[in-house]
Design a protein around this ligand. Structure first.
Ligand SMILES: Nc1ncnc2c1ncn2[C@@H]1O[C@H](COP(=O)(O)OP(=O)(O)O)[C@@H](O)[C@H]1O
Ligand SMILES: [Mg+2]
Length: 227
């Protein structure tokens, strides 16, 4: 059973020459399985730093991160990368697809990184892409896809290792309004159906209707806007 994601009293300091910048100031959040949580806030307020720590890409200066019941705060880098691969699905602002791989191979690459690809893995990936409306485009390359299709592929890819946590940083930044709604409602649907604990950073207030809770980041401090 997925136990979700908890951050407790996370602070992050960056050294800027002689002085210390607090990018995060005692941030706490708990995300349960099946929940999609939004984080909004101005540029430079600490959103990406927060998401990087939640995704085990960056170490906090203080505080604790617990992922699916495991305290990952002090784990060595090697263990953290294994946890990232297995436990966390990332969806980024631009879809970050590999230019020379077709849609299906984008997913199989992730499988390959964590072991051998079996016929069963391949069938699972095809089914997932069909679920996300990409069934007719399995052989297409990224440059042959629309912005919305790229993000749908990126959503599918984030689900490949069946991670417990999904983290999305501005996933609609490159999309028009209609595609943005499609993409976020798809994220919401998958988060619910697969019981993922999900956090989405967004600038777009219109996307908040899909989220269970909304937090605001301001000068490294996080506050609850809407339950
Ligand atoms: N690697 C870094 N070194 C020094 N300062 C950084 C670094 N990354 C971010 N910061 C600073 O931390 C603060 C928060 O940045 P960031 O998390 O990127 O905010 P956001 O994603 O909300 O725009 C900013 O003041 C930024 O300049
Ligand atoms: Mg950012």
């Amino acid at each position: 059973m997925n136990k979700g994601l908890q951050l407790r009293n996370i602070s992050k300091y960056y050294d800027e020459g002689s002085h210390r910048v607090a990018a995060l100031d005692r941030v706490s959040i708990s995300v349960a399985p099946g929940e999609l949580v939004a984080v909004i806030g101005p540029s430079g307020s600490g959103k990406s730093t927060f998401l990087s720590i939640a995704g085990a890409l960056l170490q906090a200066s203080e505080g604790e991160v617990e992922l699916n019941g495991q305290n990952i705060t002090k784990l060595p880098d090697k263990q953290l990368s294994a946890i990232r691969l297995k436990e966390i699905g990332f969806i980024m602002q631009s879809s970050n697809l590999v230019p020379y791989l077709n849609v299906l191979d984008q997913l199989l690459l992730v499988k390959k990184m964590s072991g051998k690809v079996t016929a069963k893995d391949k069938a699972w990936a095809v089914k997932l892409l069909e679920d996300l409306g990409m069934g007719a485009k399995l052989q297409r390359f990224p440059e042959e896809l629309s912005g919305g299709e790229k993000q749908r592929t990126a959503i599918a890819r984030s689900l490949v290792n069946d991670p417990n946590v999904i983290l999305a940083d501005e996933p609609t930044a490159s999309l028009d309004t209609k595609r943005a709604h499609e993409v976020v409602s798809l994220i919401e649907k998958e988060v619910k159906a697969r019981q993922k604990a999900a956090i989405m950073v967004t600038h777009d207030e219109r996307m908040l209707e899909y989220c269970n809770h909304v937090y605001r980041m301001e000068d490294g401090k996080m506050s609850l806007v809407r339950l």
